[in-house]
Design a protein around this ligand. Sequence first.
Ligand SMILES: NC(=O)c1ccc[n+]([C@@H]2O[C@H](COP(=O)([O-])OP(=O)(O)OC[C@H]3O[C@@H](n4cnc5c(N)ncnc54)[C@H](OP(=O)(O)O)[C@@H]3O)[C@@H](O)[C@H]2O)c1
Length: 385
Amino acid sequence: MVIVQEVWHLRSGYDGRAQDVMQELDDLVGPAAHEHPGWCGHARFLQSTGPSGEVVMLYPWRSRVLHEELAAREEPLLAEFNRNYCAAPREIRYFAELAVDVEHEHHDAEQVSDPVRTRTLAGRVALVTGASRGIGRAIALALAADGADVAVNVRAAETAAADAVAQIRALGRRAESFQADVTEAAAAEPLVASVIERMGRLDILVNNVGDFHFKPLDAMEPTEWERILNSNLSSVFYLTRAALPAMRAGGFGRIVNLGLSPVEIVRGAPNIAAYAVAKTGVLVLTRSLAAEQAPYGITVNTVSPGLIDNGHLPPTQKVWMEKRVPMGRLGRSEEVAAAVAFLVSPPASYISGANLAVGGGWDWDNRPVDHDHDVRKLFGAGGGA
Ligand SMILES: NC(=O)c1ccc[n+]([C@@H]2O[C@H](COP(=O)([O-])OP(=O)(O)OC[C@H]3O[C@@H](n4cnc5c(N)ncnc54)[C@H](OP(=O)(O)O)[C@@H]3O)[C@@H](O)[C@H]2O)c1
C-alpha cells in the first residue's frame, strides 16, 4: 500500500469552499464518478481544507504504479475542472510503501447491494490464458469492460494478442500480452511472476486454454491423449498452483476454469473421450480447490460452454452443431464471457465450486448418434476443431 497525497491549489475566491469544489468535481465526472477507481468512495480518501486555498486528499492506494496510471487517465477529465477552479497544477506526493493491501473482498458484500457499483472490477488484475482469440479474447474484453486490467496470455499468435491488447486499452484499461505455453509445468511460475511484475498484482485467473480433439480411442496416439489432458487439465493445475500464493497473500482471488457443458454427470463420450475425461477432471479439480481455498477469500468455479461459435468452425461442423442445440443456434463467445464476468464479480462473492453451463439447453441425454460412426468426414483425419 502507498499513501498518496494530492494537493489542489484553488483560485482565490474559492477559499473555504473545498466541499463545494469537490461536489463540482463529482458533477463534472457525472455518474461514472463512483465507478472510477480512486474516486470518492472507491478508494477511501480524507479531505481537508488544509491551509487556506488548498484541498488536501489522502488516498490509501495499492501501488504507486497503479496510482500513476490512474492519474494519467484522469488528466483529460480534470482539464476543465483545473481551468475553472485551480491556480496551479495539482501536486502529488507518495508516502510509505507498505506491504499490505487495503482493498479486500469484505467490500464485496457492500457492493452487492449497491446498484451503482455492481460488477465493478476496478483495480483488479486478471490473467486470461489463450486470450488472443475465441472465447478467451471475449472473456478478456468482458473483464476489461467491467473495470479489470488484463494480462493476455498467448502461446504463439502474437499479432492476434496485440489486437486483443489494443481493444482492451481502447476501453481505458491496462493490458499487456504474455507469451507462454500453459501446458508446460515450468512455464507457470515465470508467467505469474511476470504478470505481477508488469501489472502490479494478480486477482483473477481464467484458465481458458483447452484444445478440442475428435477421434475414436482406437485411432488415438498416446501423444494426442497427453496433449489433450495437458491442454485442458494439467494447465489448470500448473497455473492455479502458481497463482495461489499471490492471491492468498492478498486475501482475495477469483479463479474460473473452462469446462464443457454436458460434462456434469460422468458418462461415456464417444470420439471425444480424452477431451471429456479432461473436462470432467476440471470439474473435480474446481470443486476440490473451491473447498481448499475458501478460507483464504478465493473462489473457484467452472463455466461450461456448450457448442460455441469460436470464429473458426468449418461450415459442416457448424450446421451439425446447430441441429443439436435446443435453442437452434450456436452460442457466442460473449455469452460465455458474460458468465465468467459474473462469477468474478462482487455479486458472486459467495459462489464457489459451481459449474455454470452456457449451452442453450444442450444435454447429451437426447443426443443423436448418427455422426459417431462417421466422424472423420465431419472433423477430418487430424481430429482437431
Ligand atoms: N468453442 C466451443 O464450442 C467450446 C465448447 C466447450 C468448451 N470450450 C472450451 O472453451 C475454451 C476456449 O475455447 P475456444 O473455442 O475459444 O478455443 P480457440 O478458439 O481454439 O482458442 C484457443 C486460444 O488458446 C490459445 N492456446 C492454445 N493452446 C495454448 C497453450 N498451450 N498455451 C497458451 N495459449 C494457448 C490459442 O493461442 P494461439 O493462437 O497462440 O495458439 C488461442 O488464443 C477451451 O477450454 C475449450 O475447451 C469451447
